[in-house]
Design a protein around this ligand. Sequence first.
Ligand code: 6GU
Length: 246
Amino acid sequence: MRIDIFTLFPNMFDGPFGTGIFQRAISNQLVNINIHNIRDYTHDKHHIVDDYPYGGGTGMVLKPEPIFEAVESVKSDTGSEEELPIILLTPQGRLFSQAVARELSGYSHLILICGHYEGVDERVRQHLVTDEISIGDYVLSGGELAAMVVVDAVVRLLPGVLGSEASTQDDSHTTGLLQHPQYTRPAVYRGWSVPEVLLSGNHAQIAKWRREQAIRRTHERRPELLDKVNLTLEERQLVNRLKDSM
Ligand code: 6GU
């Protein structure tokens, strides 16, 4: 997958993409991430990227020309791609989720534009951008951290990025449930024991325990998620018992 990110603060991306799964994914050529400074696409002496809002008001608005030219330079050097998503990161976008990450992981090329909360000229939204994403109901000072969140969630889903294909299967939110508790050695730590079933070697019992723990945890912490999950009759009965005992 190729990812092009357009930002006014390219340095912000130095840390995360040089570390951990990104570093491996990049050196194994599973993903190619290019950071572009929008300011490089200005033509005036002062490299101005923003201006006062028409109609008045506080804050500045990002000008359309540098953003159009920056994105078009990448579109033209990759040839025409019918289905290339051009995503603006903005608090007004659709809410990011595991399902959206999964959807984006299916493309071979993504373009991300980091907005700033004062705003981006509306013509960028209307005539350049194909999608707008928000990572939650709070306001960040810019789209950069949101772009990193989106890229992290998408890249770890690409085949070969994590150790084994199976490792995203049980993730919180992939199943629609929160993840079950995990334990590692020692079997007893400060008198606190690992649940017996996990030491039993009985894989069917372990899977059953984990599924039940995931349901219990989801019920306790995010009960609204249970309405959307596919549960067996037996699992639905467990949920009903949990609700009754509240
Ligand atoms: Cl994508 N951008 C900004 N500036 N704030 C946000 C956001 C994005 N998502 C949540 N808050």
